[in-house]
Design a protein around this ligand. Structure first.
Ligand code: GLN
Length: 306
């Protein structure tokens, strides 16, 4: 595959659409992102990297952190985790609360905010409040091969100030006994986790173990069990884009996870990991041009799994 040429073609396809959509404005720290910014990176299992656009510019990975937090929680907690969080698409927006009351405070899946709070709750129980996030960062350093991956204190503070919806979800789940730790402790870790910044170059590299059956190609060691990788990819495919997960699977045909910072991580099992960033979002809070770029990449490169 001529990746350089493929990425350039994809960029040419999507360039006219840059600026369409709306940058996340639920916190001031994200509202200033440039809606025309774009980066697309591919890391392949043979160790090569390809990219187009601002692939060395760090952005807020937001909910993409939920993939790596889930990987950690599955390693630390195993199947016990599934007693407190489901594995079904929610069909609701990422921050919705409506299903929680009907379903006993158990969130539908680990990629909506409620489910991610339960995953972070598990990490806080196993690692402690401070180490939950520092161990997540350490994992990202290892997987990405970059020590520049870090929390952005300004974004974390903004999340904390404007985090009443997440606060509501945490207290509501605590009232059912599903959230185990004090909500403010879990929320603090969750807000810091959401504020992690990475480049698409680093993110593509960090996701590569999901394309490689759990083995980190950078160091050659296994970081996740075969069954964990299968399950994380299955959840990314079915739940990674909230109430547009079906649309993403239909258009792109790959496991993917989006964040409101405009990033998307997509996995091509056995071949590559792809990270795209473009901050302007569609109605479901997923990168509009990022989704389009992955659709074109999948079509032009014949990468659709189906
Ligand atoms: N920080 C965001 C929130 O909790 C993350 C959501 C997302 O990226 N979709 O609201």
């Amino acid at each position: 595959m001529n990746w350089e040429q493929l990425l350039q073609r994809v960029y040419d396809d999507v360039a006219p659409s840059l600026g369409e959509g709306k940058v996340a404005d639920y916190i001031p720290a994200l509202a200033c992102a440039d809606p025309h910014a774009f980066a697309l990176s591919v890391a392949t299992l043979d160790g090569a990297h390809y990219g187009v656009g601002l692939t060395r510019t760090s952005f807020s990975i937001q909910s993409i952190s939920k993939v790596f937090a889930l990987k950690m929680a599955l390693s630390l907690e195993g199947v016990e985790l599934w007693q407190r969080v489901g594995r079904e698409p929610s069909g609701t927006p990422f921050n919705s609360i409506v299903q929680l009351e009907r379903e006993g405070g158990v969130p539908r899946n680990p990629f909506i905010n409620a489910g991610a709070l339960i995953v972070t709750d598990a990490l806080v129980t196993r690692c402690g409040q401070v180490d939950a996030v520092s161990r997540l960062i350490a994992l990202l350093h290892q997987l990405s091969g970059s020590s520049r991956v870090a929390c952005d204190p300004e974004v974390a503070a903004s999340e904390r100030t404007w985090g009443d919806r997440n606060r509501s979800l945490a207290y509501f789940m605590r009232s059912f006994g599903v959230l185990k730790n004090a909500p403010e402790i879990v929320l603090d870790a969750y807000f810091r986790q959401c504020s992690i910044t990475m480049t698409t170059h680093e993110l593509a590299q960090a996701g590569l173990f999901l394309a490689n059956d759990g083995v980190d190609p950078l160091h050659g060691g296994r970081v996740a069990a075969h069954s964990e990788v299968n399950r994380i990819n299955a959840l990314m495919l079915t739940c990674g884009h909230y109430d547009m997960s079906g649309d993403f699977a239909w258009r792109v045909g790959l496991p993917g996870k989006s964040g409101v910072g405009g990033g998307i991580l997509a996995i091509v099992p056995g071949l590559a990991s792809v990270a795209v960033w473009s901050p302007a979002l569609n109605a479901a809070g997923n990168s509009l041009v990022g989704t389009l770029a992955l659709e074109r990449l999948s079509e032009r490169g014949g990468l659709n799994l189906f």
